[in-house]
Design a protein around this ligand. Structure first.
Ligand SMILES: *[C@@H]1O[C@H](CO)[C@@H](O)[C@H](O)[C@H]1NC(C)=O
Ligand SMILES: *[C@@H]1O[C@H](CO)[C@@H](O)[C@H](O)[C@H]1NC(C)=O
Length: 252
């Protein structure tokens, strides 16, 4: 009898652990405290393959319950030699994820779709580099909880060395995401769900020209953020969504 109750206690604690890593809890668009970086069409324009610079650094992850993810990060790192010269990297990736039974979360990218814009103003003569980006991301474990202080639902991800990522807060649920299939299929892409589009036949020359155009256009957006998506509207929208999200959460 005693053994049985120990076993059932273990089962209860195991099931509450499993509940803590439910895909349903993960679902949504999560954003760091700056609340300026969100996945979706305001961050990356897949038609023009253009990254749109957010007004402040931050990170955002989105997850769907059926196993898709998207990432938008804008990271600025200080330059120890010259504090007035920080470098910045803006990165977009998406793909499908695996949630293992032990709580480990593996984000597999659609390799041809990732993009990264790197700016190192004191070393690159003001010309940012824009490249494909393809990096599998492993999170050792994570949890979600209602954050009492901020009154918002919080996602805490732990990197593979178990160090915590900055906490993310729920901004949209259902998530704000780009289409989850391959966006920029090329001959090299082997994705089953790649939609046949005209882009598949794009020549290398077209692609290079496109990249150059994008570099120019990206810099233009960067120096003068005039896009309405960039600032106030997104802020109001997200503030509104967070409000709705909290009400839904509290009343459920
Ligand atoms: C879960 O299992 C994977 C694969 O075996 C392993 O790499 C990972 O470290 C494990 N995670 C935890 C939280 O133990
Ligand atoms: C993406 O990265 C993986 C692992 O490093 C590599 O095997 C694969 O060839 C890369 N794909 C592309 C399109 O760069």
């Amino acid at each position: 009898m005693k053994l049985l109750s120990i076993v059932s206690a273990l089962l209860v604690s195991y099931s509450s652990y499993v509940q803590a890593v439910d895909k349903k809890d993960l679902t949504g668009t999560w954003s760091s405290k700056s609340n300026q970086v969100f996945t979706g069409p305001g961050f990356y324009d897949p038609v023009d393959e253009l990254i749109i610079e957010p007004s402040l650094p931050g990170i955002s992850y989105s997850f769907t319950e059926d196993g898709h993810w998207e990432m938008a990060t804008y990271l600025v790192s200080g330059n120890p030699k010259d504090p007035t010269c920080p470098s910045a990297a803006i990165t977009f990736q998406h793909g499908s994820y695996d949630l293992l039974d032990n709580g480990t979360l593996i984000l597999n990218p659609i390799a041809v779709d990732g993009r990264q814009l790197v700016s190192d103003p004191c070393n690159d003569n003001g010309v940012s580099t824009y490249n494909r980006y393809n990096q599998t991301i492993n999170f050792h474990h994570f949890y979600t909880q209602l954050d009492d202080y901020h009154g918002m639902y919080k996602l805490q991800l732990f990197q593979f060395d178990e160090s915590p990522l900055q906490p993310l807060y729920l901004a949209y649920r259902p998530p704000m995401m780009l289409p989850t299939e391959t966006l920029n299929p090329t001959e090299a892409a082997t994705s089953d769900n790649a939609k046949p589009t005209g882009k598949q036949k794009r020549s290398l020359r077209d692609t290079v020209r496109r990249n150059l155009e994008n570099r120019h256009r990206t810099n233009a957006v960067k120096s003068k953020p005039k896009s309405i998506l960039n600032s106030d509207l997104v802020w109001y929208l997200s503030a509104g969504m967070i409000g709705v999200g909290s009400v839904v959460f509290l009343s459920s």
